[in-house]
Write a protein that binds this ligand. Structure first.
Ligand code: G
Ligand code: G
Ligand code: MN
Ligand code: NA
Length: 253
């Protein structure tokens, strides 16, 4: 069996797991959202990284099904979690360009309805490549997502084309600053200035900012003082299985 066949089987039989990485509001320390991250463990191949299997899914047209499976499991888990928390926590779901091309937003709307999960608590994360390759598809779908109340996040900001025109033309709510700019923020003045500029620019566009790859307390404190809204990274937590996420949220509340 090829990797593609194995992956297809895993998707159809719903053996793709979802892990969750908390996104923290820096001023309050409260868990705001959790990013859903696909995980695949194959009997023979062992654990396969999403860096490897997401491209396979994209090349063979499996991404819409994989995305649906992840979204369904993620929203179900978060709905169960929110039944136990005082304040509801949102979920961030990655959506690949292929899902924008081959699917409309209907399935996502239905999942949210099924679990009685407010669309306002779902942020759809997308990368800049989508706007470059499929600007018209992107525009139509982002408007649809927006009209249903979903939030829209620009993922990995700064690593792709980063045209400011996209921020102006598309209805984003959140800007995620790529971890490559965060890694040396305490040591390198250039990186500090760059991130500071991104945060100020985001504020002009009325976007919330999330710093990715926060690994130390010093980075967290610095980002908070710079006016960054949210942080995500190993300093707070690695991506967690659903049961570990419940423990994390309950003990940090
Ligand atoms: O989970 P990890 O941090 O290893 O993720 C590696 C990459 O795979 C990240 O860029 C992440 O956005 C992507 N990824 C993880 N899960 C999904 C998913 O469900 N859909 C899409 N499109 N990308 C995902
Ligand atoms: O592209 P995206 O932002 O969706 O990717 C999320 C990926 O980033 C996941 O693979 C996750 O494991 C990884 N990640 C999350 N937090 C950290 C961190 O603090 N440091 C590093 N190096 N990687 C991280
Ligand atoms: Mn992401
Ligand atoms: Na990212």
């Amino acid at each position: 069996q090829t990797v593609k066949q194995r992956l297809h089987k895993a998707i159809v039989s719903r053996h793709i797991e979802v892990h969750f990485q908390p996104i923290i509001h820096l001023q309050s320390g409260v868990v705001s959202h959790c990013e859903a991250l696909a995980r695949w463990t194959d009997e023979e191949l062992g654990e396969v990284s999403p860096e490897e299997f997401i491209p396979v899914a994209e090349n063979y047209g499996l991404m819409p099904e994989l995305g649906y499976c992840v979204a369904e499991k993620a929203i179900k888990t978060m709905a169960q979690l929110n039944a136990r928390t005082a304040a509801p926590i949102g979920v961030a779901i990655n959506r690949s360009p292929q899902e924008f091309v081959n699917r409309d937003v209907e399935p996502l709307v239905n999942i949210a309805k099924t679990y009685n999960f407010p669309a306002e608590l779902v942020n759809i994360e997308l990368t800049e490549s989508l706007m470059v390759k499929k600007p018209e598809k992107a525009r139509v779908q982002l408007r649809q997502l927006q009209s249903h109340g979903f939030g829209i996040a620009m993922d990995d900001f700064g690593t792709g084309y980063s045209s400011l025109a996209y921020l102006r033309k598309f209805p984003f709510h959140v800007l995620k600053i790529d971890r490559e700019f965060i890694a040396d923020i305490c040591e390198r003045g250039e990186d500090y200035n760059l991130v500071k500029t991104i945060i100020e620019m985001a504020r002009n566009f009325k976007l919330h900012t999330v710093a990715e790859g926060v690994e130390t307390k010093e980075q967290m404190l610095l980002l908070r003082s710079m006016g960054c809204d949210y942080g995500q990274g190993f300093y707070f937590s690695r991506p967690l299985r659903a049961d570990a996420l419940v423990d994390y949220v309950m003990s940090s509340a």
